[in-house]
Ligand binder design. Structure first.
Ligand SMILES: Cc1ncc(COP(=O)(O)O)c(C=O)c1O
Length: 363
């Protein structure tokens, strides 16, 4: 994890907060490496959590605003969640009705919101599309209960994934058309995540216009809760070639696994960049890169290199900070890579080394 690259992202995000007065939260589901939270806290407003454990981590390790959204809260966790959060977003009016008394009884000032489903998304992969048919995420216009809004101070939508501000602009038009009539009664609106703000071609000016338009039209505070954009292109995974075998093509077996260490490569799916490598046959030597687990499909992808690969050769995968540390697993008893923080003064700090005890503790 490269501290300097993280700071660069944070500076851009902070400039948007300063220009518009909006609030940007780190979505912990994407990146929870809490040794970086003191740095992040200097630039962002706080965190958004997916439930109790993330809420506690954000509360204890960052100590700023903690928002939470879960598709459904459970009775036995809710009181503790109240202790950590200042904002709680509900996925249904039934959940809001069930838990409102607990919030009231706590005596804590909690700002409550409802997640809406505007039924508009430009995500093409169903697995990542909160607006796909029969989605459980968010209240649709048909199920919206204006008479139950007493005590609700915010609306939340999350419908984007790795998208630019033009998608947000089109999404907001639908949100306004369907839910605008209630927005004026709210204190805030949360635009969710999926804003790829720190990508080089991101249209920051358009984002600023979107935020200002909503603030000016409805007199509400605007929250954004990106995960990816905070730690985009700030982490690297260093892998080693263990063996090279042949079966119709050259195959390198690495000490890193798609299934265990970068599960989104298989789930999303996507192709991570490797420093110095090209697409198949672009360079002289093409290899399929696979992991050391039993899973036949534990394949990272096909890549070409200027020189042949050999056992011991190191490969550096890019953009490995997000959705990796938070999603990895020890299937096959695979160990996890050490987490190393590369400080801006050039020093490296080993934040965490994993071993047998970590594997055993989860079983
Ligand atoms: C409700 C919610 N907010 C924020 C995010 C963060 O999205 P991203 O990491 O794509 O910015 C997600 C991701 O799934 C989400 O479901």
């Amino acid at each position: 994890m490269d501290e300097g690259l993280l700071r660069r992202n944070l500076e851009l995000l902070h400039s948007i907060e300063t220009r518009t007065g909006c609030h940007i939260l780190l979505a912990l589901k994407a990146f929870s490496m809490y040794s970086t939270f003191p740095l992040i806290a200097r630039y962002l407003d706080g965190v958004t959590a997916s439930g109790l454990l993330e809420a506690r981590l954000g509360y204890e390790e960052m100590g700023k605003a903690v928002h939470v959204f879960s598709p459904a809260y459970s009775e036995d966790e809710f009181d503790e969640i109240i202790g950590y959060c200042g904002h709680i977003v509900f996925n249904s009016f039934d959940q809001w009705r069930r838990f409102a008394p607990k919030i009231q009884a706590s005596g804590k000032q909690i700002s409550c919101g409802i997640r809406i489903n505007p039924g508009y998304s430009e995500i093409e992969t169903d697995l990542y599309n909160p607006c796909f048919q029969n989605s459980r995420l968010g209240v649709t216009l048909e199920r919206f209960e204006p008479e139950a809004l007493d005590g609700i101070e915010g609306l939340h939508f999350h419908t984007m994934c790795e998208q630019n501000a033009d998608t947000l602009e089109r999404t907001l038009a639908v949100v306004e058309e369907k839910f605008g009539r209630w927005l004026g009664r709210m204190k805030w609106i949360n635009f969710g995540g999926g804003h790829h703000i720190t990508r080089p071609d991101y249209d920051v000016e358009r984002l600023v216009r979107c935020i200002e338009h909503i603030q000016d039209t409805y007199d509400v505070e605007v929250y954004l809760e990106p995960g990816e954009a905070v730690a985009l292109n700030t982490g690297f995974l260093v892998a080693k070639v263990l063996d090279v075998v042949e079966n119709g093509m050259n195959i390198a077996i690495l000490d890193t696994s798609a299934a265990c260490h970068m599960p989104d490569v298989l789930e999303m799916p996507y192709r991570p960049q490797i420093i110095g490598a090209g697409i198949p046959r672009e360079k002289a030597y093409t290899y399929r890169l696979g992991g050391p687990t039993c899973l036949a499909g534990d394949i990272i992808g096909d890549y070409s290199f200027d020189q042949p690969l050999f056992p011991g050769k190191r490969l550096v995968f890019c953009d490995m900070a997000i959705y990796t540390m938070v999603k990895n697993n020890t299937f096959n008893g695979m160990n996890l890579p050490s987490i190393v923080l590369h400080h801006e003064d050039g020093t490296d700090e080993v934040v965490k080394r994993f071993g047998y005890e970590d594997f055993k503790a989860r079983l």
